[in-house]
Design a protein around this ligand. Structure first.
Ligand SMILES: Nc1ncnc2c1ncn2[C@@H]1O[C@H](COP(=O)(O)OP(=O)(O)OP(=O)(O)O)[C@@H](O)[C@H]1O
Length: 626
């Protein structure tokens, strides 16, 4: 049976390539500069095994020149160049990568890298140019060649008198249209920024002629324009440099240079991993909250480089949500890129890097907590909420990882404490880790429910963030000790005598409690004599999983309207008001009703809950007064 080759409509293929692979036109500069860098690398790698080739790094560079009059952009390199055959096969065949073949041919060692692999990058120049001319002379050829194409009707090759080995690619830029501005690629400032953005860490110098306006001389105000050749790329990225040689200021200026924030970084990590996965990274914790941090506009992610070439400005997959505040860069040579180098293939390597980074970030935070307490508290005051969301999110999948990074304000220490610190100083007989919720520390400290617990010498954690109680419910317990809201159920601190006394009183006054419950109807689940109140007349507590504060939060959510806490009105038997209740219950049912309503509303007010009928309440109060 005859086997036929697939036919490709090369013009159509090129059109598809040019218009559908890359989402940004400016990418062509990155592709051409990467090719130039590969071409220089090829001489370098050849020189390693071939004594007849000498490689002096200083002789090799890339130069980008814009000519506004001719509308041309030229990328010149002093690399290996191309023979006539190479021109034909590399630039004449789409998806043929001479670089990939080179890589295979010389069996590169670890740490040695060539960027090109797909054989398509060169054609991205047709996104912006209607004609491309390539002048090249190979290291292995005495003759130079000129290749030219309009990207539509094939290409031409002819000999060309070229002295120096290397390649010069001239793009004849398209005319601007209503939608497209091609002239910007000829503007010095724009061109320079695009190169800095994508190709800053290409390891050979990228030169450009830079024009400056300066006073003619020191004592002459007249301005003159001067043009000088400058190297515009940093070449060696800071993350490849030796940690010992870098100072705090170097990391800080990189943070500024990258526009990670207007603030200074609070802390940074320089990571270098060489194992199952190889990567280098610099991570920062910002000092201040980004203005849109808790909004939907905020995009988490790290800058991702492959061999010093920018792949993604914000790679979200590298950071878990609970560490979304981290800014920084990751560079790895082990990534499998897709053809446009824009989107990563579903990559095991990215997952591995992300897992590794998560552990490193956690360890860094833990060591900050241990060794730089003030700094950690500054961090926690800004981003602690995100860690608490992290405990709560995904049904608590990350709670064990994050619980030791949490801090809460303590009634006893009057400062932030960790759960470990609380647990370590718990009293021997203490059954629970106590917490109380409220708007502010002051308000919590005045809660009636807290009095007995603190009076008995127990430490109480103050929860002022809406997410606090949700996160703690997800944790359920810490080191075998359950969390307990001071306003809920049995606090486990009453002694036997106190318990017996309450039981006795409950029996004695069950009629009063029953009648109060009847008067309040479904507003409360029960009216109870309190064992937790000391000086305050009443309070509301909640039974079950939903506390009163959780009810408040849930009711603000669009779908949380129906969630209600099971409220219990607690009465302090030691307060004088209780005697009045007993009295009115026997002698004046109308007053008893008034007292019940007022006391219930007082309890609502203390809890910061809305009064259902304020007019009725004020009328009731007046009736009592007159
Ligand atoms: N400046 C240059 N000097 C020498 N050879 C070059 C140059 N530019 C391109 N080539 C050759 O042309 C080939 C095709 O280039 P192209 O940019 O299309 O693909 P690539 O760089 O191999 O792969 P990728 O699509 O991943 O960038 C390269 O592999 C290389 O062999």
């Amino acid at each position: 049976m005859e086997k036929k080759q697939f036919q490709a409509e090369s013009q159509r293929l090129l059109e598809m390539m040019v218009h559908s692979i890359y989402s940004q036109k400016e990418i062509f500069i990155r592709e051409l500069i990467s090719n130039a860098s590969d071409a220089i690398d090829k001489i370098y790698y050849k020189a390693l095994t071939d004594d007849s080739i000498s490689f002096n790094k200083d002789d090799y560079f890339i130069k980008v020149t814009a000519d506004k009059d001719k509308r041309t952009l030229t990328i010149l390199d002093t690399g290996i160049g191309m023979t006539k055959e190479e021109l034909e096969s590399n630039l004449g065949t789409i998806a043929k990568s001479g670089s990939l073949a080179f890589k295979k041919e010389i069996e590169m060692e670890e740490g040695q890298e060539i960027i090109g692999q797909f054989g398509v990058g060169f054609y991205s120049s047709f996104m912006v140019a209607d004609k491309v001319t390539v002048y090249t002379k190979s290291l292995y050829s005495d003759e130079g060649y000129k290749w030219e194409s309009d990207g539509q009707d094939g290409y031409t090759i002819e000999t060309y008198d070229k002295d120096i080995v290397g390649t010069e690619i001239v793009l004849h830029l398209k005319e601007d249209t209503e939608d497209e501005d091609y002239t910007k690629f000829l503007e010095e400032f724009q061109l320079r920024s695009i190169i800095k953005k994508h190709s800053d860490f290409i390891r050979y110098p990228i030169k450009m002629d830079i024009t400056k306006t300066e006073p003619k001389s020191e004592d002459d105000d007249e301005l003159v324009e001067t043009t000088e050749e400058e190297i515009i790329n940093s070449m060696v990225p800071i993350w490849r440099k030796n940690k010992q040689e870098l100072k705090k200021e170097d990391y800080e200026s990189f943070y500024q240079e990258k526009h990670f924030g207007f603030d200074q970084p609070l802390s940074y990590q320089h990571i270098s991993v060489d194992g199952m996965v190889r990567f280098q990274s610099i991570l920062y914790i910002p000092e201040q909250l980004p203005f849109n941090y808790y909004s939907q506009d905020f995009e988490k992610g790290l800058e991702l480089y492959s061999n010093g070439v920018l792949i993604m400005e914000k790679c979200a997959d590298l950071l878990p949500d609970h560490f979304s505040f981290i800014r920084g860069v990751v560079d790895s040579e082990d990534l499998s890129l897709n053809i446009s180098r824009e989107i990563l293939q579903q990559d095991r390597q990215v997952k591995r890097i992300a897992n590794n980074l998560e552990k490193k970030i956690k360890n860094h935070l833990q060591s900050m907590l241990k060794n730089e307490r003030d700094k950690y508290e500054t961090f926690f005051n800004v981003f602690g909420k995100q860690l608490k969301y992290g405990v709560y999110a995904d049904f608590g999948a990350n709670k064990d990882k994050l619980q030791d990074l949490l801090l809460f304000f303590s009634s006893k220490e009057e400062k932030l404490v960790s759960l470990k610190e609380y647990r370590e100083r718990m009293k021997e007989d203490q059954k629970f880790i106590y917490y109380a919720t409220g708007e502010s520390h002051d308000k919590i400290a005045k809660l009636p429910q807290i009095e007995l617990v603190t009076d008995k010498g127990y430490e109480v954690l103050y929860f002022t963030d809406e997410v606090d109680e949700f996160a703690i419910k997800m944790l359920m317990n810490y080191d075998d000790k359950e969390f307990k809201n001071v306003s809920s159920g049995d606090l486990g601190i009453e002694n036997e005598e106190e318990k017996k006394e309450i039981e006795k009183q409950k029996e004695e006054h069950q009629d009063i409690l029953k009648d109060m419950k009847e008067l309040l109807g479904t507003k409360v689940k029960e009216v109870r004599l309190s064992s937790r109140l000391k000086s305050h007349p009443v309070c509301l507590s909640a039974e079950g999983d939903v506390s009163i504060d959780m009810e408040k939060v849930l009711q603000q959510m669009p779908d949380g309207q129906s969630v209600q806490a099971d409220k219990v009105l607690e009465i302090n038997t030691k307060h004088d008001i209780f005697q009045s209740l007993i009295q009115t219950h026997q002698t004046d049912k109308e007053k008893f009703t008034l007292y019940t309503n007022i006391l219930y509303n007082q309890a609502l007010l203390i809890e910061g809950l809305p009064i259902e009928d304020p007019v009725a309440l004020t009328n009731d109060m007046c009736k009592v007064m007159v």
